[in-house]
Design a protein around this ligand. Structure first.
Ligand code: GLP
Length: 244
């Protein structure tokens, strides 16, 4: 769906997520959300906070799993995705802290593999992700699944692509401060979500969005695997849609 501007698109995405939360509430069940970071979802979270404050949207029945976290990364660092999620969403809603899951960037390296397997198991244990929110990186990454990530990949430690490190430099003052690795859900993990909402704003995303939607399905553009998912909604502004 192409919107005139990012703000309108973000509101639509937030309302889609809110309707999943509300319909699960009516059934007396938990809603399981897969959440993303980066600039793309910020206005989606802003609208969800507004719906919480002004329109009775409760997050008491919501369980969240974030896509990724830099490695290594301490939760209280400004660049951490833990910090980001609290600042933009969790501090402003009534979600129960025990229902928040974000990959742990503080683990010693020898514990990471088992931790990642458990992250997958935890998602399965609550019935899988109802709706997964995604941004897209200029490399075609979703989460931090960089080119070369197959559609079978699961939660794991990955190396960041040089272009991703360049793009992240704005948050870390200098490129050399950007962590070289991250823990991310896999493409396979993402593809198991029952519904996926992909966001892309601005001309800078136009090329990769075209490849994602109209290009070959290949691990050279991991986001292209979304073409094989039965329930994906791509929400973009007119600038990101320029090459479609
Ligand atoms: C980071 C995140 C991705 C996100 C991407 C795009 O790499 N790990 O999940 O989609 O950035 O960021 P932005 O939304 O700021 O363009």
């Amino acid at each position: 769906t192409i919107f005139e501007n990012a703000q309108e698109g973000a509101i639509r995405a937030a309302h889609e997520i809110a309707s999943v939360i509300r319909s699960k509430q009516k059934e007396g069940r938990n809603a399981v959300l897969g959440l993303a970071t980066g600039t793309s979802p910020i206005n989606v979270y802003r609208e969800l906070v507004r719906l919480h404050k002004e329109d009775n949207l409760s997050f008491k029945n919501v369980i969240t799993f974030n896509l990724d976290e830099y490695y290594p990364m301490k939760p209280d660092e400004l660049q951490s995705y833990v910090y980001f999620m609290h600042e933009h969403l969790f501090n402003h809603i009534d979600i129960l802290p025990e229902n928040i899951n974000i990959p742990d960037g503080t683990l010693p390296i020898e514990k990471v593999k088992e931790y990642c397997l458990n992250y997958e198991k935890k998602i399965e244990a609550v019935g899988g992700i109802d709706v997964q929110l995604l941004g897209i990186g200029r490399t075609g990454h979703i989460g931090f699944n960089e080119p070369g990530s197959s559609n079978q990949t699961v939660t794991r430690l990955v190396k960041l692509d040089p272009l991703t490190i360049t793009d992240a430099a704005k948050d870390f003052i200098k490129e050399e401060f950007v962590p070289l690795r991250a823990i991310t859900m896999g493409v396979g993990t993402i593809m198991k979500a029952r519904k996926i909402i992909l966001l892309a704003w601005g001309e800078g995303k136009a090329k990769i969005l075209q490849k994602t939607i109209e290009g070959n399905i290949s691990d050279e553009v991991p986001a292209s695997f979304l073409q094989q998912h039965p329930n994906v909604q791509v929400i973009v502004d007119q600038w990101a849609a320029l090459e479609l």
